[in-house]
Write a protein that binds this ligand. Structure first.
Ligand code: FES
Length: 101
């Protein structure tokens, strides 16, 4: 596991999903007030970019087919089926977001 820089906090819009590539990894970042969510950025259901989706109250709805992910737990649900994305603890240091990958 290594701590990697994801993005400067100042570059994050409020309550809007942002795609960030870290190495070969596609991540999703959402800032909601003091809370910053970081999760895998690809939907396991049909491989859509989750940053194209809609954020609301700690949840991200995938634009592909509507799976709703809890960004705290990574658990998603679509028509009774469960899908999971990895979530990361966001560490803020010197004005930037870091995660352990
Ligand atoms: S690709 Fe995300 S819900 Fe189908």
């Amino acid at each position: 596991m290594v701590m990697v820089k994801v993005i400067e906090v100042a570059k994050l819009p409020e309550k809007a999903p942002v795609p960030v590539a870290v190495g070969t990894k596609a991540l999703l970042v959402v800032k909601d007030g003091d809370k910053i969510y970081v999760a895998d950025g690809i939907c396991p259901h049909g491989r859509w970019l989750l940053s194209l989706g809609t954020y609301r109250d700690g949840h991200l709805t995938c634009k592909g087919h509507g799976t709703v992910y809890n960004l705290e737990t990574g658990e998603g649900e679509l028509k009774g089926y469960k899908y999971y994305i990895r979530t990361y603890e966001a560490v803020i240091k010197d004005g930037a977001v870091y995660v352990e990958i």
